[in-house]
Design a protein around this ligand. Structure first.
Ligand SMILES: [Zn+2]
Length: 334
C-alpha cells in the first residue's frame, strides 16, 4: 500500500480542483466494484453490493488544503488567500505548487523591527509567494489570479512512520482503495464516497448520500496525535495505537450505537483501537448526520502529526489496522 500512498498524496487536488485525484482513484478501483459514478459536484461514488439488505457508507475526502492567488504585485510576486484551514505560520518558507509551477513563501518587513514583528504575527497580509519570475506579466502566464496552489513536498517512507503533504485525507482515500481491493463477498452493501471540498465546509458530504438509502455513514479521516513534546494535554490519541473511534469533535457527536458497533467489531476481530475526543475540528461525519432525514454517523480517524502542515506524519500500522476494521465492519451485523 506504500506505493499507493506515495502516488495519491503527491497528486495536486485542492478543494474544488480534485479532478486528478478522482481520475486516479477511478482507475484504481473500477475493476473491483459493481457500480461507479461521478455526481454533479464531483464526488466519486462506488458501490459493492451485499446481501444483508443493509447499506453502509464509508467516506474519504479527496481534497487537500491549499491557497489561491488573489493579486499579483510588482515584480511578479503573488498574494494569496487560504483554501481550507491554513496556519499562515506553516506557509513561511514552504514550497507551493501552482499546477506545476513551484513557488516559495517569503515574509515582508522593511525594517528590522517590522520584520521581527511580522515573524511574530505571520498572516496572509504580510507574506507573499515568489514563483521565480521578474515581472507581473510573466507571473500571469504561470499563476494568474484564481490559480490554486498546494504544498509541494513529496512522500518520505521511514518504514513504520511516513511523512507527506495531504495525508489529510489521501490516507483515508488510500485506505478505502485498499479496502475495495481486498473485499471479497461483503455482507452489507457498501458505498464508497470519495468526496470533494471537505476542507471548505464538508460540501461533498452534504450531497453524496442523497441518491441512496444509507443506514450508517462513517468518515475515514485524520485526527491529531498528541505524542509530541508539550502537545495539548487534554487529548490522548497517538501514533501506532490503532485507528481512533471518534466520540466527539467540534462539528459532531458520533452516534452512540454506531460507536459501540465499531468498538465491538474491533474487539471481536482483535483489531487495536483508540477512543477519540477531539477538542477541535470536524469531519464529513457532521455532513452525513445532517443530510436527507439524518444518517447515524461516526468517524474512524487515523492519528496524524502536524495536520494541515506541509509535512503530515502517520504510522503505517494504523493504516493497515484501519483497512482491517473497515473490512470487518462490512461483515458485522447491526
Ligand atoms: Zn483537513
Amino acid at each position: 500500500m506504500k506505493e499507493l500512498i506515495k502516488n495519491i498524496t503527491e497528486l495536486y487536488g485542492p478543494s474544488g480542483r480534485e479532478h486528478e485525484v478522482r481520475e486516479f482513484i477511478k482507475k484504481e478501483i473500477e475493476d473491483y466494484v459493481d457500480e461507479i459514478k461521478i455526481d454533479k459536484l464531483g464526488n466519486l461514488i462506488a458501490i459493492k453490493k451485499g446481501h444483508s439488505g443493509k447499506t453502509i457508507l464509508f467516506d474519504a475526502h479527496m481534497d487537500e488544503i491549499g491557497v489561491v492567488v488573489t493579486h499579483i504585485i510588482d515584480g511578479g510576486f503573488l498574494k494569496i488567500e487560504q483554501v481550507g484551514g491554513q496556519f499562515p505560520l506553516n506557509l513561511v518558507g514552504a514550497r507551493l505548487n501552482f499546477k506545476g509551477r513551484i513557488g516559495v513563501v517569503g515574509i515582508e518587513g522593511e525594517t528590522d523591527k517590522e520584520l521581527r514583528e511580522n515573524y511574530k504575527n505571520v498572516s496572509l497580509d504580510n507574506i507573499y509567494v515568489d514563483i521565480g519570475v521578474s515581472s507581473k506579466e510573466e507571473a500571469e502566464k504561470y499563476a494568474p489570479i484564481g490559480t490554486f496552489g498546494v504544498f509541494a513536498d513529496g512522500f518520505v517512507d521511514y518504514g513504520e512512520y511516513c511523512l507527506s503533504k495531504a495525508l489529510d485525507d489521501r490516507i483515508g482515500c488510500a485506505s478505502l482503495i485498499e479496502t475495495i481491493k481486498q473485499m471479497k463477498d461483503n455482507k452489507h452493501t457498501v458505498i464508497f464516497a470519495f468526496t470533494v471540498q471537505e476542507e471548505v465546509g464538508l460540501v461533498g458530504a452534504f450531497v453524496s448520500a442523497y441518491d441512496y438509502n444509507v443506514d450508517r455513514a462513517i468518515a475515514i479521516d485524520v485526527t491529531d496525535s498528541l505524542d509530541t513534546p508539550k502537545a495539548l494535554k487534554r487529548m490522548s490519541m497517538k501514533l501506532g495505537y490503532g485507528p481512533c473511534i471518534k466520540i466527539k469533535d467540534l462539528a459532531s457527536v458520533s452516534d452512540r450505537e454506531v460507536v459501540d458497533w465499531i468498538k465491538d467489531t474491533a474487539v471481536n476481530n482483535n483489531i487495536k483501537y483508540q477512543l477519540e475526543v477531539l477538542t477541535l475540528g470536524g469531519t464529513n461525519a457532521a455532513g452525513y448526520q445532517r443530510t436527507k432525514s439524518g444518517i447515524p454517523s461516526c468517524t474512524i480517524s487515523i492519528p496524524t502529526r502536524y495536520i494541515h502542515s506541509p509535512h503530515e506524519m502517520i504510522c503505517y500500522s494504523d493504516v493497515v489496522d484501519t483497512v482491517e476494521l473497515i473490512l470487518a465492519l462490512s461483515e458485522a451485523d447491526f
